[in-house]
Design a protein around this ligand. Structure first.
Ligand SMILES: [Zn+2]
Ligand SMILES: [Zn+2]
Length: 310
């Protein structure tokens, strides 16, 4: 299960109700901040999430509405010294701009105790944790090196307690070892294999986040069968020409992608001030019914085949 908290959902400039783009994806104790537009620090405080373990920042691209908040955040982190290291992950051009912001404006020759690491990606695996992976894939926006992020839980075989009872496996480390796929020898000398107590392999939750993008044709493969797709919808179809000119999507395009790629649930974000969210919702819903338009501080739980607002 993943959780996502939207910290900012506005496109290009903030509105009274929406801050600039930022969101946190969580899995157990792991946290990933995706983008940090201006004002993200305060949004984090208001959300109640706090700054703890926010030490991995994924950057979709280098436009200012997605990165300016990194300056403020790092300025605070460096002063508080509550973290040993921070890793900022993104494409080459985006990281060059973030680096200018951090070292040219925020730090200006100071060397903080916090280890600030920049990791340039070109697509492919980013993190491999015990229960899930994070990978990046290229998206087509107005800048070079723009990326989306795929969060995928690893497939696992559930432990079947009834079978364990029948085999009379005592409580202790043996059960965990079996879950981890190891053959165990019980205290009474019997050998038990994982196949004896584990069920059929179950696919894990798939969550895909796409930041700014102007095309969807290149996204079908990566979003296929996603449990939840989060994607921008900056325009309505009536202004499709503007969407195309500025490298953004319409709600209709986002919804069509979700429908045709077998996505379970769709969340639209990066909302322009020119529309009311109801208009976007209606346009998308006509194509794909299981859609939400994210608001600042919305929190969702993403499970296999299920999306729940909490
Ligand atoms: Zn943007
Ligand atoms: Zn952009």
């Amino acid at each position: 299960m993943f959780e996502i908290v939207f910290l900012g959902t506005s496109a290009s400039a903030p509105s009274v109700h929406r801050g600039l783009t930022s969101q946190v994806v969580m899995h157990a104790e792991h946290r990933f901040l995706i983008d940090a537009g201006e004002g993200t620090q305060r949004q984090i405080l208001k959300s109640g999430l706090g700054f703890k373990r926010l030490d991995r920042i994924l950057v979709t691209h280098g436009h200012l509405d997605h990165i300016l908040g990194i300056g403020g955040l790092l300025s605070t982190f460096v002063r508080w010294e509550t973290m040993d290291e921070i890793e900022i992950v993104g494409g080459k051009a985006a990281l060059e701009r973030v680096r200018d912001l951090v070292f040219g404006v925020v730090l200006r020759g100071k060397y903080p105790d916090v280890d600030i690491r920049f990791r340039t990606i070109e697509g492919g695996p980013v993190y491999d944790e015990k229960d899930f992976t994070v990978s990046a894939f290229p998206v087509n926006h107005r800048a070079p090196g723009c990326y989306g992020f795929l969060f995928q839980e690893k497939a696992r075989r559930p432990f079947l307690p009834q079978k364990a009872e029948l085999l009379d496996i005592p409580p202790g480390p043996w059960r965990q070892d079996l879950v981890d796929g190891k053959v165990v020898t019980l205290p009474d000398g019997r050998e038990v294999t994982p196949d004896q107590v584990l069920g059929e392999e179950k696919l894990g939750t798939k969550l895909v986040h796409v930041g700014d993008t102007g095309t969807v044709d290149d996204l079908y493969e990566v979003v296929r069968d996603a449990d939840t797709l989060i994607i921008e919808a900056t325009y309505l179809e009536s202004e499709q020409d503007l969407a195309q000119r500025f490298g953004h999507l319409t709600a209709f395009q986002a919804a069509t992608l979700a429908r045709d790629a077998g996505v379970e649930h769709l969340i639209l974000t990066h909302i322009s001030r020119r529309y009311h969210e109801q208009e976007l919702l209606e346009e998308a819903r006509a194509v794909f019914p299981r859609v939400e338009v994210a608001r600042d501080f919305d929190r969702f739980r993403v499970k296999r085949g299920e999306l729940k607002k909490v």
